[in-house]
Write a protein that binds this ligand. Structure first.
Ligand SMILES: Nc1nc2c(ncn2[C@@H]2O[C@H](COP(=O)(O)OP(=O)(O)OP(=O)(O)O)[C@@H](O)[C@H]2O)c(=O)[nH]1
Ligand SMILES: [Mg+2]
Ligand SMILES: [Zn+2]
Length: 296
């Protein structure tokens, strides 16, 4: 696809962080280089702007999304991972989930093995690290810091994750100190301070990183219900097994519902119900605006 065709498709004609361009040198005596062409994008990180009926591209040519979560402070939240995974599916860019701050993790804080099993099911590779100490060896998962470094070789990545989970610290650690990103202090409530405030491309030698505050807003209200069915294809498939599928909300009191007939003692049931729970939460948000207003 040509850049023009892509731009037309995206209803978006400006260049974003991560774009590659062809430029021509200034004529003799001149100083201005000219942008000739935007190289067709292999991927785009974007949001729909329902009101303006267009897509807002935030970054281009991203190979992998690093979903960074904290296993210490701020506290781990599974729902957040599922929300970021919706974006990963929507953008068609694979995701890695990085359990950071593992030096602060205590057995019983949450079931890390279960979370990893669940993410394996969702095709997201998991890593167990401490950006504070590169020597930290994984205790629960097969992959740690060294495996993450290897997996990132030659790739362009973008980090997603709440303020304070350690994104900047992780990048600094992965780059062997070549890049030293500002890390923020956690406030008294253990929340971050949105230290990173501008979009930039960082060359960490082994990989390239796009650090963008533009992907912060995690509202999913720009997606349609149809988009959600695509991003929650697993939930969609289970729902179709419910004998009342067309008008069942799969609530705990729905007698005879597929989800309610599952054995609650099984880990598989817990996985299925946790996905149903995430789906319902996101659906609520997506339903705030009617679908017809989101077509772009
Ligand atoms: N103990 C421990 N602390 C960490 C770890 N990673 C990061 N931190 C600390 O957590 C705080 C927040 O880290 P940042 O790297 O600034 O977090 P961020 O995700 O970039 O935050 P924003 O830029 O605000 O989005 C800092 O005080 C870090 O030193 C870790 O693995 N273990
Ligand atoms: Mg940061
Ligand atoms: Zn049902």
């Amino acid at each position: 696809m040509t850049a023009t065709a892509l731009a037309a498709q995206l209803k978006e004609d400006h260049i974003v962080v991560g774009d590659w361009i062809d430029i021509s040198p200034p004529p003799q005596g001149g100083e201005e280089w000219k942008i000739e062409n935007v190289v067709p994008r292999s991927s785009a990180i974007f949001r729909n702007l329902p009101r303006e009926q267009k897509k807002k591209v935030i970054a281009a040519n991203v190979d992998v999304i690093l979903i960074v979560v904290s296993a210490g402070m701020p506290a781990f939240k599974r729902g957040l991972i599922d929300r970021y995974l919706v974006r990963s599916d929507f953008w068609e860019v694979p995701a890695f989930v990085i359990f950071n701050k593992m030096d602060l993790f205590n057995d019983g804080d949450f079931d890390l093995i279960f979370e990893a099993e669940r993410l394996k099911w969702l095709n997201a590779r998991c890593f167990e690290v401490s950006s504070e100490s590169k020597k930290y060896t994984p205790r629960y998962l097969p992959d740690g810091f060294d495996e993450l470094k290897t997996a990132l070789k030659g790739k362009t990545a973008i980090t997603l994750g709440h303020s304070g989970v350690g994104k900047s610290k992780l990048i600094t650690a992965l780059s062997d100190g070549l890049v030293n990103l500002l890390s923020g202090d956690l406030g008294s409530e253990g929340k971050g301070a949105h230290t990173t405030t501008w979009a930039e491309v960082i060359d960490a030698q082994i990989f390239t990183l796009i650090d963008s505050p533009g992907v912060r807003s995690m509202s999913l209200s720009d997606l349609t219900k149809q988009d959600l069915l695509y991003c929650f294809s697993d939930v969609n498939e289970w729902s179709s097994k419910c004998q009342f599928s067309s008008n069942c909300t799969h609530e705990p009191n729905s007698k005879g519902c597929f989800f309610q007939k599952l054995d609650p003692a099984l880990r598989e049931t817990q996985l299925i119900l946790s996905r149903l729970d995430s789906y319902k939460r996101v659906l609520e948000e997506v339903s705030e605006l009617p679908d017809w207003s989101k077509k772009s």
